[in-house]
Ligand binder design. Sequence first.
Ligand code: GTP
Length: 331
Amino acid sequence: MKYRNALQDSTKLPRNASIAFHIAAIITFLVYGLYRLLHDDVFLFMVFLLAILPLSISLLLEIKHLGKVQHKQFTLILVCMAIAISSYYLGYKSLIYVFPTIFIFFFIFNLQHASILSSFYALICLVTALKIESFALVWRFGVATFDCIIFAAIFAYIIAKQKDALIYLATTDELTGALNRKNLAASLSLSIESFRHTGTDSSLLLIDIDHFKTVNDTYGHLAGDKLLTQFSEVIKQLLPAEAKLFRFGGEEFLVQYENCGLEKALDMAHKLKHAVNQTRFDGVPVTVSCSIGVAELRVKDSLEEWLKQSDIALYAAKKSGRNRVVSRLDK
Ligand SMILES: Nc1nc2c(ncn2[C@@H]2O[C@H](COP(=O)(O)OP(=O)(O)OP(=O)(O)O)[C@@H](O)[C@H]2O)c(=O)[nH]1
């Protein structure tokens, strides 16, 4: 089962924080831009405008809820260009602004891209500042800058790992390791959308362990718990990457199988049923079986209808004697 790794994500900057960053940056550039203008330095004022204009547009988009990470990335590149150009003319007075910008990279690019881009940016600013600053001073700035990049990367790494752990905890059933129902509706809706737009098949396999109450009553609740965990492992091992396993209820599991029409789904259901029959479950010295209702997605299906059809098929499998697979009954 695949979980999106937060290290690969362009870290999402909360909207309020993003607005605050934009405003702080605009005020800073505006103050220094006007200061330069007062000193008849029209060129540097224009350079600062290179940062102020995209920052203002990006701020406006953010306020109107239209902000995208790509806008922010593009804006940051222009801001960095402005700082690099002014480093050439102002030296250390401009270099000090490299520090805060480095941290922004780690908010809007993924860790790897932020590390590479911020190092490249810092290097350009340091080299351009050599025009008016001594090598010793630029060297000191360089050491401090690269310390900043390392610290920012470490913080970003820790935050990404914590984010992964939180996502895992929030979306995973503790006992069985299957996904819980938190993202089920969203995940099924995506399959429905992709079926409607691109014709990508999807199927549901609703699986219910047979006579589970008897297992609990005969071998104890703890043995029942262990069976659920082991059951989930058996199913997960057989599922391909396009299939997600959800714990749907007590002893009920749901497989959402993408890129999978009815025939393939039925094959998989029989494979799962067979594997469960063959498994010796700890503390349960009898053959365990399960019933499976299979429902392929159809054009007119709503989320509720799709689920309902898998439930009707499961009910039919139970009614016809259990330990069997039944596909959706409506024509
Ligand atoms: N050990 C354990 N039992 C659970 C858990 N969640 C639900 N159950 C039990 O699962 C049992 C489900 O029983 P039923 O719905 O009657 O189903 P069944 O006995 O499997 O019968 P059929 O589904 O008709 O074959 C109930 O006794 C629940 O208490 C759990 O997390 N751990």
